[in-house]
Design a protein around this ligand. Structure first.
Ligand code: CU
Length: 213
């Protein structure tokens, strides 16, 4: 706990130093956030979203956390020796005036050791820390995996959702309602061998595990 707090303090300090030379502290916005519903016997999931950088400088996501999970990592799914695996990343870069899409099969925020099961309609609290010193708090809806992996579910609310502060709760709410309308009967999980992946995860080399995203 103390270690974790120290890490946060260090992150904040380093973030402040960088912020002076780089993007303003409100450069980053997040839209279309969602968390995949957990299978019945798993305490692991992933968060997906669009990270938008409105500044003239590149900004990276350095850290994500959630009170609902013991451990949160930044991951990217990529082929390793011909097999798709999830590889831990130290940062998720977002180009100046650009965006990075976190989606199944690509960049994602890995949610591990969940304290409770998550079903479609639930929400997840997330805090994102960027290297420009900015910190964003989000409430994102839990949804079933779309039937086509790699697709980001459409969102009628579009650009500019999940702003900072109190607006966000409202936005999260709207998204949740949309998520319920978009719920699909069928999830990809059965096709992706998640169970198998889960069994292996504990033994997987650090920073790499079988791709579930
Ligand atoms: Cu992952």
């Amino acid at each position: 706990m103390i270690k974790a707090m120290l890490r946060v303090v260090m992150l904040l300090l380093s973030g402040v130093g960088v912020a002076q030379a780089q993007a303003p502290a409100n450069a980053m916005m997040v839209s279309d956030g969602w968390v995949r519903e957990m299978p019945a016997n798993m305490r692991m999931s992933a968060a997906f979203m669009v990270l938008m950088n409105h500044s003239m400088d590149a900004v990276s996501l350095l850290k994500a956390s959630s009170p609902q999970f013991e451990r949160v990592e930044l991951h990217r799914s990529m082929p390793v020796d011909g097999v798709m695996r999830m590889v831990e990343q130290s940062r998720i870069p977002v180009p100046a005036q650009g965006k990075t899409i976190l989606k199944p099969g690509d960049w994602h925020v890995m949610l591990m050791m969940g304290k409770a099961a998550l079903k479609a309609g639930d929400t997840v609290d997330l805090t994102l820390s960027f290297d420009n010193g900015q910190e964003l708090s989000l409430v994102v809806p839990v949804k079933k995996m779309p039937s086509h992996a790699g697709m980001v579910p459409p969102s009628a609310a579009g650009h500019g959702m999940l702003h900072q502060g109190h607006e966000m709760m409202q936005q999260g709410h709207n998204m949740m309602e949309q998520g319920q309308q978009q719920m699909m009967d069928h999830s990809m999980m059965g096709h992706q061998g998640m169970q198998h992946g889960m069994e292996q995860a504990g033994e997987a080399a650090k920073g790499s595990m079988p791709a579930m995203q």
